[in-house]
Design a protein around this ligand. Structure first.
Ligand code: GTP
Ligand code: ZN
Length: 211
């Protein structure tokens, strides 16, 4: 795998002005982004989020999932800490791509859960890869993360790939009537370490999305 560092710039957001680093995965042609804040290359574990693209949740305010809420909360927490990193990986729909995710949503509209929908389309439940995080983090001088996630498989995959995870930090936010079943399925079938009682409600986060 060859990940090429392309360029960096400032990225002002409502929470902080991050540095945005652009990377290209030469094998797939996909571009990936890292946002950093503060001195991240000092050898100490860095508060981090490894976020997989969800166009619908991250950019279109979808309430079907928790992605947009988690993205916002992660940036806010990094800003509060004054130091951290967010990797934004272009593996939409747990790796099946946007159009197949829409197909999967159609099946979910008819009663399938998120895992069954993937399987009915001939995909495994989760096709994501995390090995590209290694060169991205190495380029930024980051050796280990205090990782914001509820997904133990992500922790295991990153650890296997060679990224130190010094701590897991829960990221349970954005519960609303539209994603309750999806979040229960993630906990029940995909092993996410969370209970619905742990969640802050969608209405508690900064951008309010009315149920
Ligand atoms: N195939 C498919 N992908 C989905 C669906 N809902 C969200 N996604 C994708 O799932 C990915 C996010 O994965 P999640 O399982 O929500 O979260 P995670 O990153 O594994 O775990 P956390 O770190 O706790 O957020 C994004 O790429 C979304 O586009 C769905 O119903 N079907
Ligand atoms: Zn999502």
């Amino acid at each position: 795998m060859t990940i090429r560092y392309i360029a960096a710039s400032r990225l002002p957001t409502p929470w902080a002005t991050f540095t945005m680093h652009g990377f290209e995965d030469e094998a797939t042609g996909k571009d990936h982004i890292a946002l950093t804040l503060g001195e991240v290359g000092d050898g100490e574990p860095v508060l981090g989020r490894v976020h997989s693209e969800c166009l619908t949740g991250d950019a279109l305010f979808s309430m079907r999932c928790d992605c947009g809420y988690q993205l916002q909360e992660a940036l806010k927490r990094i800003a509060e800490e004054g130091r951290g990193v967010l990797l934004y990986l272009r593996q939409e729909g747990r790796g099946i791509g946007l159009l197949n995710k829409i197909r999967a949503y159609h099946l979910q509209d008819q009663g399938a859960d998120t895992v069954e929908a993937n399987e009915q389309l001939g995909f495994a439940a989760d096709l994501r890869r995390y090995d590209l995080c290694v060169p991205m983090l190495e380029t930024l001088g980051i050796g280990s993360l205090k990782l914001m996630t509820n997904n133990p498989r992500k922790v295991a995959a990153l650890t296997r790939a060679g990224v130190g995870v010094s701590e897991r930090v829960a990221l349970t936010t954005g519960l609303n009537p539209h994603n309750e079943h999806y979040l229960s399925t993630k906990a029940g079938k995909l092993g996410h370490m969370m209970a619905l009682g742990d969640f802050t409600q969608a209405s508690d986060v900064d951008i309010e999305r009315k149920p």
